[in-house]
Design a protein around this ligand. Sequence first.
Ligand code: CA
Length: 212
Amino acid sequence: MLRLYRAMSGEIERISKENAELKQDLISLMNTTANTDILSSQIQFLNTTMTSALLNITKIQTEKPEDCKEILSSEPNSRSGVYTIYPDGTKGYSVYCDMTSQGGGWTVIQRRINGILDYDKTWKEYKDGFGDLIGEHWIGDGLNKDGYGDNNNMMFSTKDRDNDQWDKLCANHHKGGWWFKKCEYGCLNCKYLGSDSTWDAIQYKSTWMMIR
Ligand SMILES: [Ca+2]
């Protein structure tokens, strides 16, 4: 915001200065001779200056993309990778953007590739985010626009915060934080147990969660 303000105020200062100079020129012109050719070229110059200033302001404003979709819209050739987004318009967050799957522009909120990262984390860790953006990771809240409360209208539970409807703790049972109700299927953060699985729930080794 400060950067935007500085850039805009710099632009405004420059225009004001040019306007003042122009005014001075016009006054001296009027004081000497009514040279319409010079006047019209001055007006044209002012128009060009204004147009380019407006373009610059627009460019500065779009330098703070809200999400990956906006990045792809302004730069259609953007590749998948780590970008800074500004979900609330001020604070920047690093995220991985998937620019190819189904039209691209996806902000990745969770990514599991090979099970190397432990998802059995605390509430605070889920809130802050963990892992490596170019590898397995979970981004913290504040980025997840849907928040932590919209899977069967359940609140998010972790090993240290029980918001589920089971008499025990689903997050402990499945070794991962999720919007558990009574430990139902489909937990994408739960531990992958491979062929050793004794859980009745479906296990996932490789998953992506993305929003657009
Ligand atoms: Ca419980």
